[in-house]
Design a protein around this ligand. Structure first.
Ligand code: SF4
Length: 471
């Protein structure tokens, strides 16, 4: 499945026709958004907590270089190894090199958007190294040879029946309609993988600089098995995931599960400081932390730096009317929804994701849902501004004329009258009761929208006739 953000419009049109997808998205986003609202409603002062979390992330970003150095020192002091990766290729090379060094050929991985972002699996496969996803959603995606459609719930786009059919076709599962049977079936396969793996991989939801700790929050226990059982653990973490202290982590970890899944806390919160100490019976003998940049430091230096405060909770996706209708795959990127519409152009280059900043009604539901109050609509508008030069000349001329007309009241009124007369004439000419389809070059606008008829009398005229004397 090819990922191409520039095909958003075409993918969205296909998605809108897909009834099964609509069913899955309605259920998935509706449940997640409803649970999030409930989880926040029980807080005494949710706004204060969100502001505290925002402050923690923005402070961490302000001190990012120093915190990353501190993290490296602490992990090294704990007996781990830290590797820096300026891009995805370097990160993948580090992983292959580690595998070669220790003779590793069989891996298990807990959910990680960073490894999705760099496209790790095909590289490992080409190097003769097998890797099995162990998060149930990610495992389904892997069996389906697809991509996650949501940053927290990778198979939000699938119904239970589709998962059943996939398992029956690809893995030989017997027919069942029970989700618990499907889970038990996958668990049995994955248990064998955990037992035979010689290395485990994870991402990281947070890094705590003061002690060199990587934290992952999960619900399935696969994170603990992937990172604790095999002799080598490799964590790939985006550099923006760092916070300075446990206090800041304590603030943020109250919000991530609430925002992502509507839980007060996830079932597991796993923390790694390095390899197992000599007095510890469990845990890996080797621990590698790969600090992934991959375009983040270029975002850091721009007016979009706030996007790096994202804790990848997925709440903005669930709240977004565009995502709710077209799903994650339409975005052609591992990062979908409102935050994906910002991060994807910034990471991949704006020319490679031209439609995404426009994939929003700017209703503000994303900002209202965001636990760290990222001003997503504002950044989408700024990206649209940046894209102005990329737009078609006709669009640019139209927007300039619109801006000019709106800035001059007389022109605005005359324009309104001309448009009203013009559309009435067109309606008569085409013999329609109502002008449903505008002619080219305006036809694109009415392909997906109703064209409201102009009122018989403009508001200006009405005001002059009825209230003019009062003013
Ligand atoms: S932008 Fe905010 S709501 Fe969206 S994923 Fe990031 S933290 Fe969550």
């Amino acid at each position: 499945m090819e990922l191409n953000p520039n095909r958003f419009n075409q993918q969205a049109i296909i998605a809108l026709e897909d009834i099964q997808l609509k069913t899955a998205l309605d259920r998935g986003t509706g449940n997640a958004d409803g649970r999030r609202r409930q989880a926040f409603a029980e807080l005494d002062d949710a706004y204060a907590l969100r502001m505290q979390a925002r402050g923690a992330k923005l402070r961490a970003l302000a001190d990012l270089p120093e915190l990353l150095e501190k993290m490296e020192q602490q992990v090294t002091a704990n007996g781990g190894h830290v590797l820096w990766a300026s891009d995805g290729e370097e990160a993948k090379q580090h992983i292959v090199d580690i595998c070669r060094k220790h003779g590793l050929t069989r891996g298990v991985k807990s959910k990680s958007m960073a490894t999705e972002e760099i496209g790790l699996l095909p590289t490992l496969e080409a190097a003769g190294i097998s890797m099995v996803e162990t998060d149930l959603g990610e495992y389904i995606v892997q069996v389906n040879d697809s991509h996650p459609s949501h940053i927290v719930m990778p198979v939000m786009h699938m119904t239970k029946e589709q998962v059943r059919d996939l398992f029956m076709e690809k893995l030989g599962m017997e027919h069942t309609n029970e989700a618990s049977d499907m889970t038990a079936f996958a668990r049995k396969i994955l248990r064998e993988e955990f037992l035979s793996a010689d290395f485990g991989m994870s991402g990281g939801n947070f890094m705590i600089a003061e002690t060199g700790t990587v934290v992952i929050v999960t619900n399935e226990g696969n994170g603990r098995l992937s990172t604790g059982m095999p002799p080598v653990h490799i964590a790939v973490v985006g550099i923006e995931k760092i916070v300075p202290t446990w206090e800041d982590f304590a603030t943020l970890v109250q919000l991530l599960p609430r925002s992502g899944t509507g839980q007060r806390m996830t079932v597991y919160v796993n923390m790694f400081n390095g390899p197992a100490r000599t007095d510890e019976p469990d845990g890996p003998q080797e621990f590698y932390l790969i600090l992934l940049d991959n375009g983040r430091s270029s975002i850091y230096a721009t007016e979009y730096a706030e996007a790096l405060a994202c804790i990848r909770c997925g709440a903005c996706l669930n709240a977004c009317p565009v995502y709710q209708n077209v799903g994650g795959h339409s975005y052609g990127s591992v990062y979908s929804g409102p935050i994906g519409a910002i991060v994807t152009p910034l990471l991949k280059g704006i020319e490679n994701a031209v439609p995404l900043p426009f994939a929003s009604s700017l209703c503000g539901a994303c900002k209202a849902a965001c636990p760290v109050e990222i001003n997503i609509p504002d950044m989408l508008l700024k990206l649209r501004r940046d894209l102005e030069d990329e737009q078609e000349p006709l669009w640019q001329v139209g927007m300039k004329a619109w801006r000019f007309g709106n800035a001059h009241p007389l022109l605005y009124e005359l324009g309104g009258k001309a448009a009203s007369l013009g559309t009435r004439a067109l309606t008569q000419l085409t013999g329609q009761d109502k002008l449903d389809n505008l002619p080219y070059p305006l036809s694109g606008w009415t392909d997906y929208r109703d064209f409201p008829s102009f009122a018989e009398k403009s508001f200006h005229d009405w005001w002059r006739q009825n209230r003019g004397a009062e003013s």
